[in-house]
Design a protein around this ligand. Sequence first.
Ligand code: O7M
Length: 233
Amino acid sequence: MRIKGDKDPNTDLTKLISMKKQTRLILALDVTSRAKAVFLVEQLSTYFDAVKIGYPLILSAGIGIVKEISAFSPVITDLKIADIPNTNRLICEAALGAGASGVIAHAFPGKDSLEACAKSVAAHGADLFVVTEMSHPGAEQFMAPLAEQMARLALDAGAAGVVAPATRPERIKKIRSIIGDRIIISPGVGAQGGSALKALEAGADYLIVGRSVYGAEDPAAAARKVLSELHGE
Ligand code: O7M
């Protein structure tokens, strides 16, 4: 599927190990019930290239939920890993061993910590995504001033991509200028006020969408609405 402002697939050097690039949407499934999560993924997986799950669902339903959801879609575990290298490695091994195709880590603990994640992820043939600047207002306090350095660190560590905020498309543009053809996955669309189309036009490859889809009265219709926005309809 080609989307307005899309790169030409023949010249797009972006290569992800585990995720297709069709709808350009990643579902943030922050529900806290296993049954609800599975019910939602069953009806929504066709609208999304991957499902991102994190502490809310994994702590409520157990790590086995990764395998259950991966029967429908690639799963990115969003544990925002941020510890010493050995602990990072253990967390990555747990997530990847449970069936995750991608993991998300913070850059701020530094090079050695991030490299520990990169090594585990590479050994499993999975993808590493690194947080640069977060989407909420508080991110301007500590993260924004360091975001470009964190993007460079992600690049050096061999990450598949980075996380950059749809709430500040100009920051996506800046981070794109640093990371070249690596992937940008971008949260903050819908519930946090970001525009899906503006984030894509600024250089995001994938949009992470949560509450505005899974919290809608008709989640499938809400997913279709985001897709039509991307097509400028
Ligand atoms: O669409 P929402 O606001 O309901 O959900 C957004 C999801 O993206 C939710 O899972 C957040 O934890 C996550 N997220 C942000 O909202 N902002 C960030 O800066 C980073 C993330 C994220 O996914 O980091 C990896």
